[in-house]
Write a protein that binds this ligand. Structure first.
Ligand code: 2AM
Length: 476
C-alpha cells in the first residue's frame, strides 16, 4: 500500500476543513485528506491542493495508510451523529495510541462521552474549538483543545504552528491546552456565547444611531471606525465599520439597509444559555442576546403586532448627536465588560462542576487573536486573572471596576432613553440590571423565600441568627 508520509490527516473537506489543510501544508506539514463524497477529495487535490504536500485517500483504509504513527486524524465534519459515525468507521483501521481530533462545534457533553469511549479502547481523543471562520482557518485560527492530555505533546507543534499569533513579536500562539475531556469544546461554546452578546450589543449601538439619532450608514461607519482605535478595538467593531460602507451592487445604495432583520443561529448560544441555567450562573446579557435573535426571527408576527399595537415612538427630537454618541460608546464598553464578566463566571462555575482547572488568563489569551471575539480588551482580562487567579468576578478587578464606575451613568442614560422612546436594546438593559443587582447587598429575595415557605414550607434563613426556619403563615 502507501508509505506512511503524512504528519496529520483531515477528514471533511468543506471550507473550514480545506482551509485548515492548506494552512497546515503552508507551515511545512504533509497532510492526508479524506471526504465521504470522494469527488470532493479529487476536486480539492486537482485544484487548491495541486503541487502541494497534500495526499488523498478514497477509502478510509487508504487514508489511514498514508499517516505516520501515532496517527493524528482531525475531523472537520458536521457536528452530531456524523462524528460518531466517522469514529466507528475509522476505528477498525486504527491502533492504540492513535489520536482522533474533533475540530467541529461538538456539544461538550458529547465530547466528554467520546473521550471516555476512545480512551477505553487505548486510543486518544481531542475535542477542540476552532474559531476564526474561513479566513481564520486559512491563516491562523484560535484553537482551544481539550481531551486526552497525553495527546497534547503530539499535536502541540502543528496546532501552535497553524494558530494565530499575538504579542509584540507575534510569537505567542492563540492555542494552548485547555483541560480534560470536554473542556476545549466548552471553552469554544462560551466563546460563542460571548460572541452572541458582542454582536447584539454592537447591533444595538448601530440601531440607536440609526433610529434615535437618524444617522445614515456612512455616518455610522465613521463612528465605528473611530471606536476601533480605542478601548473597543476588536474584529467585530472593524467588520461592522466595513459592513456599513458597503454598497449594494444593484441599487448602489447601502447594502445594510436591504438586509432582512431576521437573525439566524446554529445553537451554540442556546447551549451556553442552557448550561448556565443548569449551573445556576447568571449570564443575562448572553441569554438576552440569544433571545433577541429568536425575537428577530418572528418577522411576520412583528409586522402584524406593529399594525395592531402601533410601533414605539423611537425618536426624541432634542437629543444631539455630538453629546449622545459618546454615551453610546461608553454604554457599549460597559456592557461589553459586563458580558465578558458573565462569560468568565460561567467558565469558573463549569471548571468547578466538571473538575477542569481552567486557566482564565490563558483562555483570554487564546481569544486574543484569530477568533471572532478577538479584541484588545482581552489583554486586560488576561492581566486581571494573572494578577489574581482566584478573582471572584472580573467586575472586581481594579481596571474593570474603575471603568464601570466611570461609565455606569452613561449606560444608565442610554438605557433610560431607549426605554422612554421604545427602542429595544435588550442586551444593554440586561447588562445594567446585572450590574445593579450584583452590587446590591440586599435584594428582594427575602420575599421569594417567604412566599416559598408560605405555600410550600420550603423554610428560610434569617438575617439575625443561623439556622433554618419555617413559619405557620396563616396562623393568627
Ligand atoms: P460530504 O462532502 O460527503 O457531505 C461538512 O458538512 C463536512 O462534513 C463535509 O465534508 C461532509 O461530507 C462531512 N459530513 C457530513 N456528514 C457526514 C457523515 N455522516 N460522515 C462523514 N462525513 C460527513
Amino acid at each position: 500500500m502507501n508509505t506512511p508520509q503524512a504528519d496529520i490527516g483531515l477528514i471533511g473537506l468543506a471550507v473550514m476543513g480545506e482551509n485548515l489543510v492548506l494552512n497546515m501544508e503552508e507551515r511545512g506539514y504533509t497532510v492526508a485528506v479524506y471526504n465521504r463524497t470522494s469527488s470532493k477529495t479529487d476536486e480539492f487535490l486537482s485544484s487548491k491542493a495541486k503541487r502541494k504536500k497534500i495526499v488523498g485517500g478514497h477509502s478510509l483504509e487508504q487514508f489511514v495508510s498514508l499517516l505516520k504513527k501515532p496517527r493524528k486524524i482531525m475531523f472537520m465534519v458536521k457536528a452530531g451523529s456524523a462524528v460518531d459515525e466517522m469514529i466507528e468507521q475509522l476505528l477498525p483501521y486504527l491502533d492504540k495510541e492513535d489520536i482522533i481530533i474533533d475540530g467541529g462545534n461538538a456539544f461538550f457533553k458529547d465530547t466528554i462521552k467520546r473521550v471516555k469511549y476512545i480512551e477505553e479502547k487505548g486510543l486518544r481523543y481531542i475535542g477542540t474549538g476552532v474559531s476564526g471562520g474561513e479566513e481564520g482557518a486559512r491563516h491562523g485560527p484560535s484553537i482551544m483543545p481539550g481531551g486526552s492530555a497525553s495527546a497534547w505533546p503530539e499535536v502541540k507543534e502543528i496546532f501552535q504552528a497553524i494558530s494565530a499569533k499575538v504579542g509584540t513579536n507575534k510569537d505567542i500562539p492563540c492555542c494552548d491546552w485547555v483541560g480534560p475531556n470536554g473542556a476545549g469544546h466548552y471553552v469554544k461554546m462560551v466563546h460563542n456565547g460571548i460572541e452572541y452578546a458582542d454582536m447584539e450589543l454592537i447591533s444595538e449601538s448601530y440601531f440607536l444611531m440609526k433610529k434615535l439619532l437618524g444617522m445614515q450608514p456612512d455616518d455610522i461607519h465613521k463612528i465605528f471606525l473611530e471606536w476601533n482605535k480605542g478601548v473597543l478595538d476588536s474584529y467585530l467593531i472593524k467588520i461592522t465599520a466595513d459592513i456599513l460602507k458597503k454598497r449594494d451592487p444593484h441599487t448602489k445604495k447601502f447594502l445594510i439597509d436591504f438586509i432582512l432583520d431576521k437573525a439566524g443561529q446554529k445553537g451554540t448560544g442556546v447551549w451556553t444559555s442552557q448550561n448556565a441555567l443548569e449551573l445556576g450562573v447568571p449570564i443575562p446579557t448572553l441569554i438576552e442576546a440569544t433571545v433577541a435573535r429568536s425575537l428577530s426571527a418572528l418577522k411576520n408576527e412583528r409586522l402584524n403586532a406593529t399594525k395592531v399595537l402601533g410601533a414605539p415612538k423611537g425618536i426624541e427630537t432634542n437629543i444631539s448627536r455630538e453629546s449622545f454618541i459618546p454615551l453610546i460608546h461608553n454604554a457599549l464598553y460597559t456592557s461589553k465588560i459586563l458580558s465578558y464578566a458573565q462569560g468568565f463566571q460561567l467558565l469558573r462555575a463549569a471548571s468547578n462542576e466538571y473538575g477542569w482547572d481552567l486557566q482564565y488568563g490563558r483562555i483570554a489569551y487564546l481569544w486574543r487573536g484569530g477568533c471572532i471575539i478577538r479584541a484588545q480588551f482581552l489583554e486586560e482580562i488576561k492581566q486581571a486573572y494573572e494578577t489574581k487567579p482566584d478573582l471572584q468576578n472580573l467586575v472586581l478587578a481594579p481596571y474593570f471596576s474603575e471603568a464601570l464606575k466611570k461609565y455606569e451613568q452613561d449606560l444608565r442614560e442610554v438605557v433610560s432613553t431607549s426605554l422612554r422612546v421604545g427602542i429595544p436594546i435588550p442586551a444593554h438593559c440586561s447588562s445594567l440590571t446585572y450590574y445593579d443587582a450584583y452590587r446590591t447587598a440586599v435584594l428582594s429575595a427575602n420575599m421569594i423565600q417567604a412566599q416559598r415557605d408560605y405555600f410550600g414550607a420550603h423554610t428560610y434563613e434569617r438575617t439575625d441568627m443561623p439556622g433554618s426556619f419555617h413559619t405557620e403563615w396563616t396562623k393568627e
